[in-house]
Design a protein around this ligand. Structure first.
Ligand SMILES: *Cc1c(COP(=O)(O)O)cnc(C)c1O
Length: 372
């Protein structure tokens, strides 16, 4: 039997839903001690009580995930590929000397966090245009230590917030944004923590992002730190491009950078699968920034859970002589046709308007408040 539908709260001003953090009913947490995870606990206050010498605070043993739940036309709520986030959280946990969060525990946690907040999942709209429920699993070392050790206690918690759609009002015409290459800071080193969703990866990027915003650039692009010639990714999203074709009739080729230091995006992985299902070529290989400069791509986009796809209309960079230059992409304004096709398919699958691969939406029958 399908779970009973819990409707979006009538008190919430859904049309005004923004890209922001909202109060909810609470969050779920588990504490690891003496070699195993404890029982699920629920907190209706959005605070965590922590020792001031917690390893997570002092030494940065903290990682996170981001995924979304969408309300479908029948009112049911489903999460997009939580098993992928579970696997990636454990990749991060291993890198930061924290215990594994078993997949069953991860799924139980995200299920409870959403199930007890179903009233904060926005109403259904085709292609998720009315927004989603953003889910933030976090793993942090809460054991108190003075010496440099992993510690004896860890906390895994999951909270949610309703989240507005960036393109809800764009009417299928996602506007492009201007990107800028960060030449004076390396986000991640080869063999470093670039593949790890570690909290500490982000704070150092903030000031470069703020500087870029002040100069009119919405998004910052990082090249590989060893040679500064290959494309890695944007600060919080992956890079995807559509190769320029020789003939109009050629099928599209989606190109995705191969690099040791990028965060492996679930969105990028899904878009590659979608591209293959559309009959396109998918090319996973190192991408020289020069290929962008030479006009090798018809379209460029940033992809990640928060915004799904952000079309890029230009990339500004510094030439070898230190002069600033700008490459225009596509028509230099709006998303190209392939970007829109990918966006429609991805958000269509997420909101239940487009049939996707088996297992991408979980649970199959919908999040069940009676089981939380
Ligand atoms: C989270 C993140 C992404 C996007 O990953 P998704 O799984 O698609 O949300 C890309 N790059 C960085 C640096 C990230 O932190």
């Amino acid at each position: 039997m399908a779970p009973q539908v819990v409707a979006p709260s009538a008190e919430f001003d859904w049309p005004k839903l923004a890209f922001d953090l909202y109060p909810t009913a609470g969050f779920v947490k588990y504490v690891w001690k003496d070699g195993s995870w404890g029982k699920q606990e629920w907190s209706d206050s959005p605070y965590l009580n922590m020792h001031i010498s917690a390893v997570g605070i002092q030494y940065g043993a903290s990682c996170f995930e981001g995924l979304k739940a969408f309300r479908h036309e029948d009112g049911q709520v489903k999460l997009f590929r939580p098993d992928e986030n579970s696997a990636r959280l454990n990749h991060s946990a291993a890198a930061l000397s924290m215990p594994e969060v078993p997949k069953d525990l991860f799924l139980e946690a995200v299920h409870t966090a959403v199930a007890r907040n179903l009233q904060f999942v926005p109403p259904h709209a085709p292609y998720g245009a009315s927004g989603s429920c953003y889910v933030r699993p976090t793993l942090i070392a809460t054991g108190a230590e003075l010496g440099l050790v992993a510690g004896r206690e860890f906390t895994f918690f999951v909270y949610v917030t309703p989240l507005g759609s960036l393109y809800g009002s764009a009417g299928g015409k996602a506007p492009g944004v201007d990107a800028v290459v960060v030449h004076d800071f390396d986000r991640a080193a080869p063999m470093g923590t670039g593949t790890v969703k570690a909290g500490g990866n982000y704070a150092p990027v903030l000031k470069y992002q703020a500087r870029a915003k002040a100069q009119g650039y919405a998004i910052t692009l990082h090249l590989d730190s060893k040679t500064r010639t290959q494309i890695d990714e944007f600060s919080t999203s992956n890079f995807i491009a559509i190769k320029k074709r020789d003939h109009e009739s050629d099928k599209p080729t989606l190109v995705y950078p191969k690099s040791e230091s990028i965060l492996k995006s679930v969105t990028a992985k899904s878009l590659m699968d979608i591209a293959r299902s559309l009959g396109w070529n998918v090319d996973h290989r190192p991408i020289a920034f020069q290929e962008v400069v030479d006009g090798g791509f018809e379209e460029v986009m940033a992809c990640g859970t928060a915004a799904a796809i952000t079309p890029i209309r230009s990339i500004t960079y510094l030439k070898d002589d230190g002069e600033q230059a700008k490459v225009s992409i596509g028509d230099g304004q709006n998303a190209g046709p392939r970007t829109l096709e990918l966006l429609q398919n991805l958000t269509g699958i997420q909101a239940g308007n487009v049939e996707g691969p088996a297992g991408w939406l979980w649970p199959a029958e919908g999040v069940d408040a009676a089981k939380a």
